[in-house]
Design a binder for this molecule. Structure first.
Ligand code: MLT
Ligand code: MN
Length: 310
């Protein structure tokens, strides 16, 4: 299986268009230690015949395809074609579904998500730009592995969606903060991706808490791509850019007492990689103490274009 990180930043990207925090400023200034990043998305392939499967469709998808030859129409392929056979969504956040609007143009592919997430698309008429005659919306049940198929058949990859602590998309929040938190198990999921050789990747770009069930599930994985949104829970407030905590946004911090470094320490994983990194997270600076801490703890920090061959 081949994995390619198409975008390693959280919603807004890095630098975010209106962000004047020191990290965004450094990225704009071309600091070699602070590389820009596109918004959250992963591509996976079992081999050339199976094409590619996208996990989340980022608002930056057009640029991501332009920068990734494997995702472009092959020479000699039909005049309208794509090696992208399917898209799987892990939630309905803007950074994970807005790219669907760029995948219009009457191109066949399959779209998989939980009924909750597909319900968000069904309720919003703008997604009718994806003509159902070309894009089949396939509801996925939690904890049931399924062969990922494209219009021409199997991709050679299997996926299993599983609930993780999270919340409804920001734009669907109503009323009281806590009410919409963990509203339904289908709102935010992680994915186990496997191929015929049994290689296993876990993709979890949003997760508010690591419990024992999660630990047990990921044991033995070849790679875990995990929520690296914030380094500390109150980081946005400290940076002066907002008041929400990481957890309130559905994202477990990396470094706190019960953060992901501790919660996942000792897990049996060949590789562990932080993805979905917010523009306030100091690990974006390769020269930072926080970055060193993460790397000393056995984690990698995703960058756009990063390839993982399993
Ligand atoms: C998140 O991951 O918390 C969301 O992408 C936030 C957003 O939609 O801006
Ligand atoms: Mn997000």
């Amino acid at each position: 299986m081949r994995l390619k990180i198409l975008g390693s930043a959280a919603g807004g990207g890095f630098p975010q268009w209106n962000c004047n925090y020191r990290l965004s400023r450094a990225a704009r200034a071309g600091d070699p230690n602070v590389r820009p990043r596109l918004q959250s998305s992963l591509a996976a392939s079992a081999g050339p015949d199976g094409g590619w499967v996208l996990f989340n469709a980022s608002p930056d998808i057009r640029q991501q395809i332009n920068e990734t030859p494997e995702l472009q129409p092959a020479p000699g392929a039909p005049l309208r074609s794509t090696p992208i056979r399917a898209v799987i969504l892990t939630n309905a956040d803007v950074d994970h579904l807005a790219g669907l609007l760029s995948l219009r143009e009457r191109q066949d592919f399959h779209l998989y998500a939980t009924a909750r997430v597909l319900g968000v698309l069904d309720a919003n008429p703008i997604f009718r730009v994806l003509d159902p005659a070309h894009v089949r919306r396939l509801p996925v049940e939690l904890d049931r592995p399924f062969a990922i198929e494209g219009p021409e058949g199997p991709t050679g990859l299997t996926a299993e969606l599983f609930a993780v602590p999270g919340k409804v998309a920001l734009f669907l929040e109503t009323g009281e903060a806590q009410q919409d938190f963990e509203a339904d198990p289908g709102d935010t999921v992680g994915v186990r991706i496997t191929d015929a050789t049994g290689r296993t990747a876990f993709y979890v770009p949003g997760c508010a808490r690591v419990d024992q069930a999660f630990r047990d599930r990921i044991e033995g994985g070849d790679v875990l791509l995990f929520d690296g949104t914030v380094f500390t829970d109150r980081e946005m407030e400290r940076a002066g850019v907002g008041t929400k905590t990481g957890r309130r946004m559905g994202h477990l911090p990396i470094a706190d007492e019960d953060g992901s470094l501790r919660a996942l320490a000792g897990a049996d994983l060949r590789r562990r990689v932080f993805v979905h990194i917010n523009n306030t997270n100091p690990i974006l600076d390769e020269g930072s103490a926080e970055r060193r801490l993460v790397e000393r703890s056995g984690w990698e920090v995703a960058a756009d274009g990063m390839e993982i061959d399993l």
